[in-house]
Each structure stands twice: as C-alpha cells, then as structure tokens.
Ligand binder design. Sequence first.
Ligand code: 5GP
Length: 253
Amino acid sequence: MARRKKIYEGKAKVLYEGPEPGTLVQYFKDDATAFNAEKHDVVEGKGVLNNRLSEFFMTGLNAIGVPTHFIKRINMREQLIRSVEIIPLEVVVRNVAAGSMSKRLGIEEGTALPRPIIEFYYKDDALGDPLVTEEHVIAFGWASQQDLDDMVALALRVNDFMSGVMMAVGIKLVDFKIEIGRIWENDFMRLIVADEISPDSCRLWDMKTGQKLDKDVFRRDLGNLADAYTEVAKRLGVLPSNVTHATKPTLIN
Ligand code: 5GP
C-alpha cells in the first residue's frame, strides 16, 4: 500500500494529503508544547480529545453559518478538512484578562474586560509570535483591510458561539486563539476558520471554582492535562460519561 504524503508537521498536529483535491487529513498528536516548544511532553489521549472537541466546535460553527475547514471526523485521531491558504496571523479574542495580556499591561488575571478585545500575532516561531497591529498586517501584505474586517467579524462570531456553548456547561471562555485561511470558490476568495479549536487554544475556567480546564494546566504544572480536557469533553457530552452500566431490570414471571 502506498504511504500517504505528509504535507506539514506542527507541534500538535500533522497534515497529510487528502483523498480529493482541496482536502487534507489532519492528525492530532499527543504532544503538548508551551513557551515556543521549550516545554514539551506527551500527554496520552490529548490528541483523541482535541480531535473530538475540535469536531464538536467546528460542526456547531458550520451549523450556524460560520464557515470552517472541517468536513468530517475520520477516526479517533484524524479529521478530513478543506485545504486553505493560512493567513500568517494568530487571531486572539479575550473576554477576561489573562496570560500575556495581563503580563504586558499589568492587569490582574481574571479582570473582566469592558468588551471583547481582538489581537493579532504574527505566526513566526523564531520571533516567538509577536503581537502586531493592523498597520503591520496591511503594510507587510499579510492581509488586506477587507480581510481584517472579515477576520474581526469571524472572530467575534466564534467568540459569541463558544462563550454560549461553554457557559451552558458552567465554563467561562476567558480567551482563545484561532487561525483563518483563504479558500477560492470560482473567482471568489472567502475566509474560513481553520486549524483547531480545543482546550489547547482556549482558556477555560470553571465558573464556580475558577479551576483551569485548558492548556495552562500544562504550562503552569497545575495537574493532569488529559483529566482537564476530559472534564470539558464530558460536560459538553462529547464523551459518553452518561453511559452507565445499570443493572438489568429483574424479570418477574
Ligand atoms: P496568551 O497571548 O495570553 O498567551 O494567549 C491567549 C490565548 O491564545 C490563550 O487561550 C492561548 O491558549 C491561545 N494561544 C496563543 N498563542 C497560541 C499558540 O501558539 N498555540 C496555541 N495552541 N494557543 C495559543
């Protein structure tokens, strides 16, 4: 059997050639990295959980008309996606101050922001993904003004959807990162949500206890990462936690 062609290998995922033109297979690894890959570990089961969770979020987004690259899940670790031209920006949306924003601006983690704040980071590992302004984005040709407007609109719709979905299961969506790609349909270009949406790329805090249920568990050594992601998946009904092995009814003749 011919080996399939690897297109790209990142820190947490591998992309393979898909079965049809314009498609790719996205494979979720168990690798966890932080601080630009200075910290690395293998967390058994993480890839399976993120494959499921990204499927769940992207399917929901597709259903409400927010276009994503997701086509279908193939197996435990792989999904079929549309091939896109990735815009070299990480789009971060923040509802609550945390992480790099808290550090940069001296705002205490957990402070609610007056409105969702969108930031752009230039995707470049060697530079540590620096924060950039819209001026940089346009001047250096990474995206046009129209693209930026479309990216902001997409990011805000993802934020509303994700915030609602997470709030319904008692989890606060503090912030998240998405990546956006271009696809061409005939002569028209569209921007769609790409990459993944999972606890690897979001901050998720339990609304009652404040417990962290995202990659900060790994970044800050707060416990078992797979347990945190499993909790998110269970609450969303993505894992069959409600399957109980109830005793069979006693038949009375
Ligand atoms: P911060 O800028 O505070 O480090 O991150 C903001 C949000 O974007 C967090 O939810 C974080 O998980 C996500 N994020 C930022 N950069 C990356 C990245 O390179 N990879 C992933 N998976 N998530 C990121």
